[in-house]
Design a protein around this ligand. Sequence first.
Ligand code: NAD
Ligand code: UGA
Length: 438
Amino acid sequence: MSKICVIGTGYVGLVTGACFADLGNSVTCLDVDENRINKLKAGIMPIYEPGLEQLVEQNVHAGRLTFTTSYSEALKDAEFAFIAVGTPSGVDGEADLQYVRQAAESIADLVEWPIIVVNKSTVPVGTGDWVADVITRRRNGRPLEFSVVSNPEFLREGSAINDFMYPDRVVLGSMHAEAAEKVARLYLSLRCPIMITDLRTAEMIKYASNAFLATRISFINEIATICEELGADVREVARGMGLDKRIGPSFLDAGLGWGGSCFPKDVKALAHMAVLHGSHPQLLQAVMDINRNQRRRVVVKLRRALGTLDQKVIGVLGLSFKPNTDDIREAPALEVIHLLENEGATVRAYDPQAMPNAAAVLPRLQLCQTPYEVAEGADALVLATEWNEFKQLDFERIYRVMRTPVIMDARNLWEPDQMRRIGFTYFAIGRGNQTGGR
Ligand code: NAD
Ligand code: UGA
């Protein structure tokens, strides 16, 4: 059993803390957000993540997991301090490291025993060295035995606990082999490949992985656009490609493009790092351009179908950036809604989890309690996030209540033949013939 402090209780910190506690460690999770910590102390989750509430409750009950806003309480006797604070985009696309700096400085101020500082936040290449430097300078000559280990996180929102407990790999980077091995021991029971490398390489593995996944999605979205012109079906194309073991089936779903708190900021930050060091990241730029266009193309299709968007009522199903999360950071749905509202449309929407978050940033958006309420009197319906509960709707009922039966299935969730049989004018992404209707 190890004594672990996790700094930052967002999607990554809270999941990391709860999972390490579940593996038998003694974990204190710290956040500067008092409201968040008060909620956690009361057993209320500040985010929606399947299985998290139960995992937290079990481990709090077992006495292995506690929450605090006090750095001195959280760091007391800690052998490991995991930094899991946010690293949002700065003004030029660079990763903003102010929260990482605050965490590192607090460690420097309060720790007087040997400690391993583990960077779990996604940070630019070189940040591990910079964190060591921040701590050393802050100590101002007072000795401290510490090492920095990079331990990038690869979990996905919506399946975060499973991803943490059954990872494809754990990556550790450090200039101190002994420190990296101590962190490796925390993961041994997961029985997954553990790769130990140097600090900068570990940091780059994280960016390269996210950028590659985003590239796959932009690639299939570009293929989808070509499919539309040529009358092929991108879903079948992706299936046919994915059966090749060298390609594999994952991350080939064409749709509204990638959003979320990570791909957008990480691809941008990697491109920024490249430019700063004299490279021309042309592929990354194209990957971002295609992604931006993907949302606009949906609005263009709707405008063409309806003649104009001005004064039209558009229903949107799904607001979160992907299913099974309430996270709306860089959600494609939100950008589509902005574009529609800018063209004079009234937008109403339903999402199983993300409506409170969306209401806070989209004051004009009308929120509904069911998909059918969204469809009532609408001129078009857009499927923006493929939540399970949208898979099997009563489409006959939706057809009856819409003003004009136009459907834009921007996640290729539904069957074109079925939709056209019912009578919808049905559009999808990259699925050949784009018309229909009775
Ligand atoms: P988040 O915004 O959900 O949470 C960050 C938390 O850190 C917030 O609760 C904030 O109050 C807290 N915080 C900020 N400054 C602090 C400080 N000085 N001391 C203590 N707490 C502080 O962020 P997230 O989505 O969990 O992401 C965290 C990091 O992990 C980012 O670098 C991100 O790129 C990376 N990451 C995220 C995911 C994901 O799925 N969200 C997956 C892998 C990696
Ligand atoms: C992603 C990575 O998958 C994680 O490995 C990584 O740890 C994380 O970013 C991070 O660094 O934060 P996440 O953003 O939670 O995880 O979600 P994904 O499942 O990767 O989806 C990202 C976006 O791509 C979503 O908007 C999703 O709708 C879109 N997507 C995904 C597609 O459009 N097509 C696909 O085939 C897959």
